[in-house]
Design a protein around this ligand. Structure first.
Ligand code: ATP
Ligand code: MG
Length: 239
């Protein structure tokens, strides 16, 4: 069912220093996510979700412990190589879709390919194919303002997938969506999971965690296994 390890965190700690105060945001996180896995991470405000997300997305590095991404130790890499990994191996989906309003859907989706140095003809072809894969083949020339919230988030999922990353990382992907659009995006994630994509989603919403294959709770910088159907209440956490 599941394949090779994509994420291997071993005793990852993150300590922030702000003036004389130090905050232990992550306190020994050990986590493995295999190819094809669909993991939801839940937790209350201040528990370390964004900190974990930043480390998983190679936007920040641990204070101690190791992070292997597809077997590569990313803790030892410089910023240029980390930027390349973010571009090629990780697809990001954010709460605020982060689409450029003046650009059409396909222009938004081709952006990661521009950074990757892909030739323009191939960029358009791949951008359109990515939009088709999220069900927006009939909206490629629409600008974000001409699309519904759920459709805009679909565009950002297409942008995340266009580089064929090994990991899709979503941070509160339904946080700005109404219930119909939330259902739309969760349906899309179901499809991606069925196709064998590896998905990690950070969410406050129980209905989002309930759709994942596996849920974890983070509290005070520590990670606990949870039942996806019961992720909001296990360990007394009300997300
Ligand atoms: N850059 C920083 N400098 C100092 N402390 C920080 C920094 N970023 C986060 N923290 C602290 O680390 C802890 C975890 O923060 P984090 O942003 O990961 O929480 P979160 O779970 O994402 O919360 P929320 O649900 O409110 O977004 C908090 O106590 C926070 O105050
Ligand atoms: Mg956060």
């Amino acid at each position: 069912m599941s394949g090779a390890p994509i994420i291997e965190l071993d005793d990852v700690r993150k300590t922030y220093l702000a003036g004389s105060l130090s905050v232990d945001a992550l306190r020994g996180i050990t986590l493995r996510v295999d190819e094809g896995d669909y993991l939801a991470v839940m937790g209350p405000s201040g528990s370390g979700k964004s900190t974990l997300m930043h480390i998983l997305g190679c936007l920040d590095v641990p204070t101690s412990g190791t992070y292997l991404l597809s077997g590569e130790d990313v803790g030892s890499l410089g910023e240029a190589r980390l930027a390349e990994i973010r571009n090629r191996r990780i697809g990001f989906v954010f709460q605020q879709f982060n689409l450029l309003p003046s650009m059409t859907a396909w222009r938004n989706v081709e952006l990661p390919l521009m950074y990757a140095g892909v030739h323009r003809d191939e960029r358009k072809e791949r951008a359109v194919a990515a939009l088709e894969s999220v069900g927006l083949g009939n909206r490629v020339d629409h600008r974000p303002g001409e699309l519904s919230g759920g459709q805009q988030q679909r565009v950002s999922v297409a942008r995340a997938l266009v580089t064929e990353p090994s990991l899709l990382l979503a941070d509160e992907p339904t946080g700005n969506l109404d219930s119909a659009s939330t259902e739309d995006i969760l349906g899309l994630f179901d499809e991606l999971h069925a196709q064998g994509r590896t998905i990690v989603v950070i969410t406050h919403e129980h209905e989002v965690a309930a759709r994942s294959a596996r849920a974890m709770l983070i509290r005070d910088g520590e990670l606990y296994a949870a039942d996806p159907m019961d992720a909001a209440t296990t360990h007394g956490v009300t997300a």
